[in-house]
Structures are given as C-alpha cells and as structure tokens.
Design a protein around this ligand. Sequence first.
Ligand code: OGA
Ligand code: MN
Length: 278
Amino acid sequence: MFSISKQTDHIGAEISGIDLSQPFPPEAADALRQAFVDHSVLAIRDQKLDAPAFLNATRLFGEPLRQHLKQFNLPECPDVATISNQEKTKEGKINVRGVSWHTDHSFQPEPPKATALYAVSLPTKGGDTEWAHMGAAYDALPAPLRTEVDALEAVHAYTESRVPPNLTERIAAGEDDASDGVVHPLIRTHPENGRKSIYLNPLRVRRFRGMTPEHCAELIERIVAHATQPEFVYTHRWRAGDMVIWDNRCCIHKANADYDFEELRLLYRIIIQGDTPR
Ligand code: OGA
Ligand code: MN
C-alpha cells in the first residue's frame, strides 16, 4: 500500500508508492479518497501520465467536468485543459491565471468539488502553488468575527478581466443582487466530514447580501488576511511527475508568479463535479 505523509498541521499530504496509471485494489482507492477528505490537498508523487491516464486517475475522486474556457481544452482529450504561463490576453499581454487567492468556479451553482493538476513542464525554480485551509481558519476566527460572518450570504459572479482590479472598486461596481450571479452561504458545511469552513472567493464575491460595498471589501480583506496566515497554508513545490488534487470546498489557493516567464510552466487541469454549497 502507498504511504501518506502529512505536510502541515492543518492541510496537505504527500502520497508516494502508488502508480495511478495501473489498476490497484479498491481498498487503495478508498484510502486515497479518505486521505483527500482528511488532508484537503494531496500531492501524489512520481506519476507518468498522459492526458487520458490523468483523466482516468481523477475518476477515483468523482466525475470530471468539461471546463468552460474551451480554448484551453485539449482537442484530443477535451475533459483535460491546460494552464500555462504562455496564455495571452486579446491585447497580447501575458496572462497567468490563478495568481491571487481564490477557489475555483465559485460563480457556478454547483462549483467543482475538486481540481487536479498534473505537471507537464516546470520552471527551474519558483511557481509553487499555495493552499489555505478555510476550515482551520474558520475554527480560529476571533469570536466577534465569527458571529459577524456566520449567517452571511455571498453573491458570486463571473466578471470579465476589464473590471477594476482593486477589490474595493470591483465590489463598488457590482449590484447587490444575484440576477447574474449565484448566492452561496459564506460558511458552508463539508458534505463528507461535516466540518464548517469559510467559502470565500475574493476574485468572484461581488457582495455580501445587505452589506455596504465598503464594509464588504473590508471584511473580505480581513478574512483573507486571517485565513492565509502561514499556519493554515500548505505550499507545494512542484516536481516532475506530480499530480496534485485539492478540495475546493474548504481551501482557497493561488499560484506564485515568482519565476522566469521565459521558462515554460504548463500543467494539465481537470475539475470534478461538486454540489450546492450549504
Ligand atoms: C487552477 C489554479 C494554480 C497553479 O488551476 O485553478 O489556480 O499553480 N492553478 O497553476
Ligand atoms: Mn484555481
């Protein structure tokens, strides 16, 4: 059987001694699923996967979903997309996605429960990915802040890159309704382990219902500052052959854009069906 090595007190485990391209016993599959629920981020080392094998490996954790930015889907295996530092905006500027704290696709009614990446090409140094555990962050909220956030509902909406980058301005520009977005509770309960966590996406939350834009922006900043303290964070230093899968229901994450962009950073990406946050 493979080994599981916990990486921090609250989040992240390294898995070694398993080959996801080969059949393995159902007990091993169950143990991997349990490790995913227990540690929220699994870094599975030393894999050799092409796109179909990666897709097949992620089926262990649920049902892969087609990703909405079709231009990144592999033509020969469209349920697998790429994320790379070679992406350009319409104006031709380099556009590296995922470099500030977020959880994936929270603007959807049923956001993906998990996202998986497989390293195809890595820079020689830097380009780590970081995750913060929103369950541990919730447990450690100061009591007055916990009372303030407990019953909040957040409007999440997809916004184009043209909107103001500054959080306060972006929030002020949005309406306080859910007509073109979805409403999720700010505090959600994990369907598999019953644990409460903060479900916040600083990139997509447009408003907490019934709150002024200024207060809303200030509260988002306060929660993110609290949740991303080093004690709640796992930083993954990528190695060739890594497959990483994480739980979007209880983590936020970001990519570090701290490496030489002349070097290719390319990963395969799969998202897994989730359910309605409650
Ligand atoms: C993502 C993402 C982070 C990275 O694929 O959703 O945020 O390190 N990726 O590329
Ligand atoms: Mn992401």
